[in-house]
Write a protein that binds this ligand. Structure first.
Ligand code: ACM
Length: 635
């Protein structure tokens, strides 16, 4: 059956306007006895006015509507309804129904094709280009740009070979960068080999204990390249710079290779992270490894793996198989979770087995990248409570609190001892898989009235003298910190973990995401901070103000130039700068339904963050970056 759905939005009445939905039957059969389900990030709130339909259910962004009693949608006919009382005005074309599905009385689900959200009065214009043409300062390809480079350009060698006497460890490292390059650019010419060949240039490795562990020096002469470092990390980054420059010279006619001269380089920040949300959209283990390859190419060193959120649990936990048998799949007929965020009629989901997670850790480790797991607590846990219902206070008033994404009662309950037993077990399994010193426990976006209608949470509040949700949250986080302390881990969380009394700043690191100023407040309180402000480093934000842009709007638009130019430590008072450990991009995936969307939103902003993490402010140059970044690999 060909069914088509159109979304339009008009800004009246204030504050959030009217959303109109039209379902068209373009088949040759009448449609009767059906409901219509939509997944839409713009939601209909409990206080709403709906004309032409009845809202049967809404869970987060899943909505199910019934047509007027007895409606028969004849071939060629339309059913139109409109809603006021939206959670907010949509910002962009992807902000209303992402998927639609008609369900027949028989239980059969029929896919519905649909339009973008059309804004009533907007004149569609094509967005301006995101990157200027740019201009090179030197004809060498390298992102992040090295902190000191003085070199004369010459023709590229045919290949780089290892000088005689190179250790097996250095040969292995050199080949691992060659393999990384070949994975990212399978059609490109190879860069390194062991033995000399016609037109090849020798590479010699040397040690200098005076160079920082992640730093390196490259000396170029017509006879040889010398790579000097004090540690494997620096040697790896030096090899990566060589690989990028040689690849650039092979594929981009503007690029050459250093004939003589020197590069002296080391990173600006220790923490050069990137986060990937695998809950809202499930990325396969192979795709995760490719993201890690891209981080390796850009000399990033932390992969923050967002393994759980309301929309799905992705890590196999042997003690609680329900977390993945129930909590990893969304679908119309699934026991735990309804479709969300662009899911179609077929069930959507997946999870990583423990072996797959180990393989990801090993893959990242070989590129010098630490994998930090994140288990969202206490909020963003709808999938946990669907999978393990014994973690719900049976006397809690249902639907008594909703965080910003609209899930009802979605938080681990600190009033239940089982909460900590389960977390203890989960953490014990995960620390066996993730050797990272850092363990991220979430902490963001707990509804401000969470647990207040839970008798068990109220007993806890009375016993411990706690007042309100955020003191409960702080008590919860301190309990989890005790578990992590026993495993020798640093607790990492989002900035809201400082609320309600926070946690001990010792061995704690918080990520400032809501606004840049939050990072300074955290540092002043004594926390180590990684800066991840949505206004610069959230890769899901739209890249321009136009209605036709893809992406999220709450902190946007975030054009690539803004991501590149943003100076995270800009406002930090000097005496607090030592608390700023580094910066991180975050790839949130509520809006990502395909690899194309990923590539469209993540590039070129991810390399921009990589350069901001490595290259000193004085050496950043947007036009030089813009001219180089077109060579980036894609997912
Ligand atoms: C967040 O974006 N809620 C950390």
């Amino acid at each position: 059956m060909t069914l088509f759905l159109e979304n339009t939005w008009t800004p009246h009445p204030l504050p959030a306007g009217t959303w109109t939905v039209t379902l068209m039957n373009l088949s040759e059969e009448a449609l009767t006895d059906f409901t219509l389900s939509l997944t839409t990030i713009t939601r209909i709130m409990p206080e709403h006015r709906l004309e032409g339909a009845r809202l049967l259910r809404r869970v987060a962004n899943f909505h199910e509507f019934a047509p007027p009693e007895g409606l028969v949608l004849a071939p060629g006919a339309c059913w139109r309804f409109s809603a006021e009382g939206l959670n907010r005005s949509p910002f962009h074309r992807n902000d209303a129904a992402k998927t639609a599905c008609v369900t027949l009385k028989s239980g059969q689900h029929l896919p519905v094709q649909l339009s973008d959200l059309v804004q009533g009065h907007a004149v569609p214009v094509l967005p301006p280009p995101r990157l200027p043409e740019g201009r090179l300062t030197l004809p060498f390809a390298s992102i992040p740009w090295p902190n000191r480079i003085e070199a004369e350009a010459g023709p590229a060698p045919v290949v780089i070979h290892a000088a005689e006497g190179t250790s097996r460890a250095d040969l292995r490292l050199m080949l691992s960068i060659d393999a990384l390059h070949a994975r990212l650019f399978p059609a490109a010419r190879k860069l390194f080999q062991i033995s000399p060949a016609p037109g090849s240039l020798a590479l010699t490795f040397a040690d200098d204990a005076g160079i920082p562990a992640e730093g390196y020096r490259l000396d170029f002469t017509p006879e040889r390249i010398t790579l000097t470092a004090s540690a494997e990390a620096g040697r790896r980054y030096g090899l990566t710079t060589l690989a990028q420059m040689l690849h650039g010279a092979f594929v981009d006619p503007q690029m050459r290779f250093p004939a003589t001269g020197q590069i002296v380089d080391s990173p600006r920040y220790d923490w050069r992270g990137n986060h990937l949300d695998c809950s809202r959209h499930f990325w396969t283990a192979d795709q995760v490894m490719r993201v890690i390859d891209i981080l390796g190419w850009y000399k990033m060193n932390v992969f923050h793996w967002h393994l759980t959120d309301d929309e799905g649990w992705r890590a196999e936990i042997r003690a609680y198989p329900e977390l993945t048998s129930v909590g990893a799949t969304r679908g119309y007929d699934c026991p735990g979770m309804l479709p969300q965020l662009g899911d179609g009629p077929e069930p959507q989901g997946g999870f990583y087995t423990q072996d797959q997670m180990r393989a990801v850790v090993a893959h990242a480790g070989a590129l010098g990248i630490e994998v930090m797991p994140e288990i969202e607590t206490p909020g963003h846990a709808a999938c946990v409570l669907a999978a393990l219902p014994f973690l719900v206070d049976p006397d809690e008033t249902p639907d008594s609190y909703h965080p910003v994404q609209g899930y009802p009662n979605n938080s681990w309950n600190p009033g239940l001892p089982e909460t900590f037993e389960v977390l203890e077990t989960i953490i014990a399994e995960l620390v066996e898989i993730f050797p990272s010193r850092h363990f991220h426990i979430g902490g963001d976006e707990v509804a401000k009235n969470a647990w207040l209608e839970s008798p068990r949470a109220r007993i806890l509040m009375q016993r411990e003298g706690l007042s309100g949700t955020f003191e409960l949250q702080s008590w919860f986080a301190r309990r989890v910190k005790q578990i992590l302390d026993r495993h020798g881990k640093v607790l990492v969380g989002w900035n809201e973990l400082s609320h309600g009394g926070g946690v001990d700043p010792e061995n704690t690191l918080l990520m400032a995401w809501e606004r840049p100023e939050v990072g300074i407040e955290l540092a002043r309180t004594g926390y180590d901070v990684v800066m991840t402000p949505g206004q610069a480093y959230y890769m899901d934000m739209v890249q321009g103000p136009d209605w036709l842009e893809n992406g999220a709007g709450w902190a946007g638009p975030v054009p690539p130039a803004q991501t590149y130019g943003y100076e995270a430590e800009g406002e930090f008072p000097e005496e607090l700068q030592h608390r700023m450990r580094g910066i991180q991009s975050c790839i949130w995936c509520e809006h990502f339904t395909t690899v194309d969307w990923f590539n469209d939103l993540v590039f070129p902003r991810l390399p921009a963050v990589a350069e901001a993490a490595w290259t000193l402010k004085a050496n950043k140059d947007w036009l030089r970056f813009a001219a180089q970044v077109r060579l980036h690999p894609k997912l």
